[in-house]
Design a protein around this ligand. Sequence first.
Ligand code: UDP
Length: 328
Amino acid sequence: MPRILITGAAGFLGSHLCDRFVREGYEVVGMDNLITGDLRNLEHLFPLKQFTFYHKDVSTFIHVPGPLDYILHFASPASPIDYLKIPIQTLKVGSLGTHNCLGLAKAKKARILVASTSEVYGDPTVHPQTEEYWGNVNPVGPRGVYDEAKRFQEAMTMAYHTYHGLETRIIRIFNTYGPRMRLNDGRVLPAFIGQALRGEDLTVFGKGNQTRSFCYVDDLVEGIWRLLHSDYPYPVNIGNPDEITILQFAEEIIKLTGTKQKIVYKPLPKDDPTQRRPDITKARQILGWEPKVSRAEGLKITYQAFQALPKEVLYKQEHRDFEGYIRK
Ligand code: UDP
């Protein structure tokens, strides 16, 4: 049974990855410091022998007993509101956390895949974004803590690849959505659906003419699976090229949820990228990957998952106690 460490296991993407690798017959070691992760995302895996969980901060030295064949480094705050709230941790997990994971991969002779981001392109001046584009990032802006940590992460990962010959993979993830996103993480999809469910107006930032391209989580996980098992060490964009303005997106959510609320306009956050769409030529050619789930389908599944959430989660994120299952 191959053994894999997944950092950020209790988060949105991390927990979906745990599910996939458990399903594929891997022994999965999850790790999370639970700052933004939620153990409810892993609740169903705790009783399995195949799954263990460590409550640890990957930004400090990490020790994992036993062999490891693979590491997926997915720990990080992942929404602009989170970066503002915890900027130092955001910087540390992308930089020191990556360094620790690379060191661990080297010690265990494991292959490592790190989660990078479309944010390495900043507010892009090239559209759509190809992997060759170097980006337009403001290092001292509010998003700089995330963007620059991820850029450092890529540089560090390539250095381990070229200097130590480590088997490394880098995925640049574009906006992704699906069940288990935190309703209050401030990202646009949970924001809009949460507002619709609570009977609040939908808050569009700026004029809403900025664009994003939303990928359903199962498609992303398939891309990660394929990249990990490929032999390609350079960054690969994974995302859905179906681009939409945020105003159109709000209208889609209004239609989907049937809310009677209206759209209200709020100031555009500083350095909010004006457009974003992945060029996925590389993913198509190298991995034979492309997204399969349409936005209509993906949004429907996601809405149903949010509708099923208990009331207290809709109004306030609370953490339950899973003490018996956690290794320290
Ligand atoms: N946005 C919005 N209303 C909200 C939350 C976000 O209009 O309540 C906008 C935000 O300004 C950005 C886009 O939606 O242009 C996507 O924001 P998100 O935080 O999801 O991720 P980003 O792609 O900016 O990292």
